[in-house]
Design a protein. Structure first.
Lengths: 297, 297, 297, 297, 297
């Protein structure tokens, strides 16, 4: 996540960090070269592009905007749903801590470090990191299975609470309150896996990519005949908008990655860890993660 | 589901696998032939299409884009809701496994293989496969009724748990936690059946199909008079976008089929099976399903 | 609901059943006549419509498309929400059956035929049929009140279950599980009543109907001067799209009626009845409802 | 709420009741006068508006349509959410009645008339009526506080049920089922208050009002030069659509008022009262509210 | 939040308070100067901008409107979700008060002042105020930790209720009803933190800011050649709409700030305080917050 104050006039004009511009600069340069070639050709042989008019391009451009807006929306929704799921994880951990607050110190520690380990494990799982290692940093002796270590950790906590209930140390209703939060954590995990494993349909992205490319490549020829050197302005502006939104959509589509606009999973896992440890009464907490450059990961 | 990395420039230009292009190639060829005929006719008799102008086509094209975007949205929502429902099934199975984790081995096995069988049965049911056979592969002696075998399996698990409660082997509250997950599984089944059995209103699809066809067939005549051979570019671009989105919408509308962009039900059922068996402590798990070509089913 | 396979090229071109075309044919004919009159007038006195241009009509047409798309969306959402509610009814009935599966045969029969009667009563209520008769076909001796027979049936089942709990025949927690499903059924009923009794604001539909009519009536005059006989093509295409979507919106707005694109309430109530009877172990089930023509009701 | 059958061709052409037209007639007349003045000026001095063209107005008009569609959407969502909340109130009252159906007659009466009083009090509160009086009509001796009488009534019912539980007359689980419905009623109240007290951001409405006014005032000058007397048609059609949607948005934005398209709170409160009294076995129920003119309030 | 009656014709024309105009006046002035310069240049050297036409600007302007509408939507949704969360807080506090209404006076006071303190603390937290001080004003001796004082307050209440349950002073089920509301309050806090800490992706806002600026700066040159002094009208209207929506989006994006259109957190916290104190039977309540100027904060 990019952590910057709202851009003032100066940043709007010149900011590069946080901008999508560097990522699409190459494509814009190609389009600019083609536009220059088209203008030169039109000047050399005035009648060359006389027939091709801008009107059908208005139609295609607006249709394309409508469909790109749809894909954009879908990608943004994925990103925001990912953020909501991690927000649910924060809620679940806090309510879990509240609901175990009269258990013995050892039981509480097991549950609360388990919650911190769950968050760290999930972050590692979603980012392709070392999931068992991330869990082990927080909770010693956590069960490690090959198939799904993060869920196995939750399974262990749940089994432990069931045992507490069977031994009569917590009332069945009290157990159900705790288990409710574990269920919420399972929801977060499966929800994140759903977003991470199921991208927007490939054919969809491909179709829009292709149409946008062909449109931006053909536009200079439609304008060069009448606009002359002014052609560069609308062509670059349209290409900047279309390619920029396209590249942003690619980043937001998979919100758990490490690109600048992705969600700061590690920072959120650290926040959860800090809160859990503070509730356990620990004095020296690990510091919150700081952004590198302007980017919090 | 098509499993491919994000397309680079090369794939954008030339990828055929995963593209919707092969499916609509025939229609595009027809449109291209008509456009060529229109240009030839316009060249032979210059005044032939002089009267017909592109302006009303801009209006129709944009209106059509707005309505197609609406249908597209509805189809995508169906696809994504189907995915969410299967994500809920994963959650329900994991929480179910956690909540029965202190039962006897035999009871647990019955419930967990039942969950795996439910997922397999639901996948077969939604894809028109052999539902009782799919269930029987996982749980021996499952009740098989003609009307709804997958729900009958769930009914059996629920009845078994009720009996456990009546015999005092699990507390009523504990039983309600288990039953809550069975209810979630029933929600998934009926939600999937709703999507599978209730398509987008037929008249709606027909209306948009027809308008898109007539629009693409008439467009060449509107452009041929002024654009000459340039006519081919916007006509093919518009047809590619409209027919492509249309064909994609058809695939996403019924997300449980076997077409390339449909949901990988079998792979998800296998994932659930693997997780359930791992929790039961089995060592040799069936391997996860691998994509055939680029498509995971 | 129209039950047809996806339309092939032939159906797209010529299907009448399932199409909205017959319903708007009269209006299209009027528009066609006006367009022909406009063209004839323009040919007779060439300067007559010279001043009126197509550009403001592009503006109005696109604005109208945006607003019609909004109404369309609202109507489709009502239709889909209605379907979701009936899906919830299926879920509630199945979970209810599971949760009473260890009661005595007589108790179970009372609850399950009650569920079937509730579905039939709700369908009759929403379609203006004979509600008490529909209920009585399934459950003998059901309470019949003038104000709300379907809710009175649910009230009776709930009271019966409360009595079972007070007599100690089911545990309070078990009773709460059953009552949860009855609450879900009450949600379905009130949700359906909400959709049936509260149409899209009348002024809204009237405003859009009027604008669409005036637009389609005026369009021929804007185009006749320049397009000549080509005028008919865009005018009819635009009128077909606008009137067609309008008529479809009218059908979807009230999804519980008997028009071709409405929801198949009777068929769904029959499905519920069949599943409930199968769970009760009955052998000769009533057959599922078959579509008449292509329409399932 | 306007209660009329779907408009036929005749109503579409001439209906005034239910139309937004009377409310915006003054503004349309002003626009018409300006348009006439512009045409007369253009005829008197032909070159006067020669320079101003319709093209930038197409751009502004479409942009404005997109943004108005957004505000419209937000207003409609508020209206529909208000309706959903009152639908939830119906559900809560019915389920509440079912769940207290085995209490003593006196207890049941207290709860059920309390529910009817809650609905009447909420309607009065949202419409700025006499809240304590509305409540007192249904339940004698209800607590009246200055701050929030409707919530105080609910508080009283809740306290009474808690007392019943403490005295052992209802089981704790049974009490939780009753309290669940009271919570749902509290949700409805706070949800309605949210909509009533928080309008769409003022600056937003102001910005769109202003842009729409300036656009409609300037449009005649852009068209008068080329369209002559035809100018009136598009100008009035655009003004009718924009002003009409604007006025409708204003009505839907605050759905609890007394304007024609607002929700029929009093009629819904009466429905709830009738159902509660029927469940109590009363014979002479107050009649359902009838629409005045075509409007149900 | 701006508290003003619906604007009449006079306010629409001249209102400054509540308008976004003062905030963007500087930018509009710059655009006006550039437009004047462009017109003067076009008059001085008539052929200067002859080549640049308005058509590509129509395309870019509509595409930009579609994408700005998307950002606008996202910002409005954040604002409305923030309001919904605070509405949930009201619900949670009222239901909490109802559910503890038979506890001893001292216990009730602890819980109800705790709820008021939670609301005040959350408001301070979201606005960067002094969180521990805001809490301490309501509840003496509340636990103050560095990491998260507002959640620590909730943790304290939860722990207290658990102790009440363990001591047998409230039944486990009754405890679960109370804890349910505490969970709802934790949901509100984490939901608000999510909105406050995760802005709309920075690159997104930057891209749209940039495109809007370049578009408005370039538009005068496209129109000056043909429209002459009329250029000012569409240029200023477009700039007003685009910059105005942009500035409004910036305000709504972070709905918890102190700008005019932000949510009135302090007023809502005061409302909760008043209701809690009234339920405790206190006679002299603090007055509701009054708007300053037209703005309630």
């Amino acid at each position: 996540m990019i952590v910057r104050p709202k851009p003032g006039l100066w940043e709007v004009a010149f900011a590069l960090s946080g901008s999508i511009l560097p990522r699409i600069a190459g494509r814009l340069a190609v389009i600019a070269l083609i536009a220059i070639a088209a203008v030169l050709a039109a000047e050399a042989r005035p009648g060359l592009f006389a027939q091709i008019s801008a009107i059908p391009f208005t139609l295609i451009g607006i249709a394309l905007s409508i469909f790109m807006s749809f894909r954009n929306n879908a990608c943004y929704d994925r990103w925001w749903e990912g953020r909501k799921l991690w927000g649910s994880l924060v809620i679940a951990c806090r309510s879990l801590a509240r609901r175990v607050s009269i258990l013995d110190e050892a039981e509480r520690r097991l549950v609360l470090t388990g919650a911190a380990g769950f968050a760290a494990g999930l972050a590692a799982r979603l980012r392709g990191g070392d999931e068992p290692a991330a869990i082990a940093r927080h909770c010693e002796g956590a069960p490690v299975t090959a198939v799904n270590p993060t869920d196995a950790l939750l399974h262990g906590i749940g089994q432990h609470c069931l045992t507490l209930m069977r031994e009569g140390r917590i009332a069945p209703i009290h157990h159900s309150l705790i288990e409710e939060q574990l269920h919420l954590m399972a929801q977060v995990q499966a929800g994140c896996e759903r977003i991470a494993l199921t991208p927007v349909p490939f054919s969809y992205s491909l179709l829009l990519h292709r149409t946008a490319y062909i449109f931006c490549l053909a536009l200079p020829f439609a304008l060069a005949g009448t606009l002359g050197w002014w052609t560069l302005l609308p062509v670059l502006l349209v290409s900047y908008t279309f390619f920029g939104l396209d590249a942003l959509g690619d980043q937001l589509e998979d919100p758990f990655g490490l690109e600048p606009n992705d969600l700061p999973l590690d920072a959120m896992a650290r926040t959860i860890e800090r809160e859990m440890l503070a509730i356990l009464g620990e004095a020296d907490l690990p510091p919150p993660l700081a952004p590198e450059g302007d980017v919090l990961r």
